[in-house]
Design a binder for this molecule. Structure first.
Ligand code: ATP
Ligand code: MG
Length: 423
């Protein structure tokens, strides 16, 4: 029979890497706590309509990238391509309008998009998603951007570029769309096939195209700023002023529109030069009309999503620290087969006292057990032989200093702790 491999575009995160994921996730938990965002766990699949109405029919995500299937009850369901729409759905479903606004939530988990797999682009990837729901205050936009930047700061990421723009609102965007159509109308023969179809359906999308020829055309496209209504313009200024007050370095990018239709006013992205074509580490912005698009009440909100896979890629390339890889503190060494069961009892008792302990199950020689201890990075070897058995003791060797002491069995955990404290 042929061997079954993982489907294209998905991958296993193995122990060599998973501890790095835990490190980043721990930081996400800490930053979320410091900014007052509570964690939620949302479903991995939702009704297809939530995404088609919420994200927008003319977006790449909805047009080309969704994993949609019919379940046994004939419902059309979709593996979530992003979390914002689910977050809004959850807010509405659980009447969170009753709570103080904004309601600040975050979640972490896999998202699914049918894309062309390459470095930093997968069909299943993880996002950390932070949302502040129920406030139109531009200071909340500033908090959201600052939250993402603080996470990257704590992870030690450098050389990130923050790009900010406004995408207007349903009042002023049509004016801008008209100006874009006038501009792109003269360049239709240079645009790619998708952009030609975007031209009549949603010309803003052309600004987001990754095709180099289209990118060149968009360079001289009109920016949105002159088309913004008073409200959007004031909002944008408040956000950029707020960021400046916090000392954030950012660029206004007139071509930044983001791939999802629901954005209003603020749109931003954090880019890293380290990722080639997959240069977006984080994207977000305000989405004041998403709730209404999925049948909810008016719910002005702002949020961002950042790709965990890409964060880790950049951290690796920049040589950022992931802390210490988890290793046993103690490796239990049985000197003879006769004391192996005793070694297991001792191992269990140390673990019950909260210490990380590993032991051998292959009946290896003492030398091989010492080697395993050092390969795993254990700080101590606890050695039990026939003489220790008789005396009720254990020999404890500090593998860093080479010092060895013999201690009573019931003093072992205490002795290990004391040695750890002393350096
Ligand atoms: P891109 O322009 O690279 O396709 P996007 O604008 O589609 O990104 P968003 O929808 O804003 O991405 O998602 C937020 C973040 O999720 C991105 O900045 C990126 O870090 C990550 N991300 C998006 N798609 C993928 C993917 N297929 N594989 C890995 N990470 C991804
Ligand atoms: Mg994309």
């Amino acid at each position: 029979m042929t061997e079954i491999k993982a489907p294209r575009g998905v991958r296993d995160i193995l122990p060599d890497e998973s501890w790095k994921w835990a490190y980043v996730l721990n930081h996400a938990h800490a930053v979320a706590g410091d900014f007052g965002y509570a964690e939620v766990h949302l479903p991995i699949f939702e009704h297809t309509e939530l995404f088609s109405r919420g994200i927008g029919e003319t977006t790449d995500v909805v047009e080309k990238e969704m994993y949609t299937f019919t379940d046994r009850g004939d419902r059309s369901l979709t593996l979530r391509p992003e979390a914002t729409a689910s977050m809004v759905r959850s807010y509405i479903e659980h009447d969170m309008a009753e709570a103080g606004q904004p309601v600040k939530l975050w979640c972490a988990g896999p998202m699914f998009r049918y894309e062309r797999p390459q470095k930093g682009r997968y069909r299943q990837f993880w996002q950390l998603d932070f949302e502040a729901l129920g406030s139109s205050n531009p200071m909340v936009d500033v908090e959201i951007i600052e939250l993402s930047l603080e996470l990257f700061r704590r992870l030690g990421l450098t050389n990130l570029e923050v790009m900010v723009n406004s995408v207007g609102c349903p009042k002023c965007r049509p004016v801008y769309k008209g100006r874009l159509m006038a501009y792109f109308g003269a360049h239709l023969d240079t645009l790619c096939e998708s952009c030609v179809s975007r031209y009549s359906r949603n010309p803003l999308r052309i600004l987001d195209c990754k095709n180099p020829q289209c990118r060149a055309v968009t360079e001289d496209a009109p920016g949105i700023y002159d088309s913004l209504c008073e409200d959007c313009r004031t909002h944008f200024t408040s956000v950029t002023d707020g960021m400046t007050r916090l000392g954030a370095t950012f660029h206004v990018d007139k071509r930044l529109v983001r791939g999802l239709d629901y954005y209003t006013k603020t749109a931003y992205e954090v880019l890293s030069g380290q990722l080639g074509a997959q240069n977006a580490v984080c994207g977000g912005g305000r989405y004041d009309n998403l709730s209404e698009a999925v049948g909810g009440p008016a719910l002005p909100s702002v949020g961002f999503a950042t790709g965990l896979d890409r964060i880790i890629l950049v951290m690796e390339e920049q040589g950022c620290s992931f802390g210490k890889r988890p290793a046993p503190l103690v490796y239990m060494i049985a000197q003879t087969p006769a004391v192996r069961t005793e070694a297991q009892i001792l191992t269990a008792s140390l673990r019950r006292s909260g210490l990380a302990v590993e032991m051998d199950y292959l009946g290896r020689s003492v030398k091989a057990q010492f080697k395993a201890a050092s390969t795993l990075g254990a700080r101590f070897a606890a050695i039990i032989g026939e003489s220790e058995m008789e005396k009720g003791t254990v020999s404890l060797k500090d593998l860093e200093s080479g010092e060895q002491v013999e201690v009573l069995r019931h003093d072992l955990a205490g002795k290990i702790r004391k040695l750890c404290e002393s350096n």
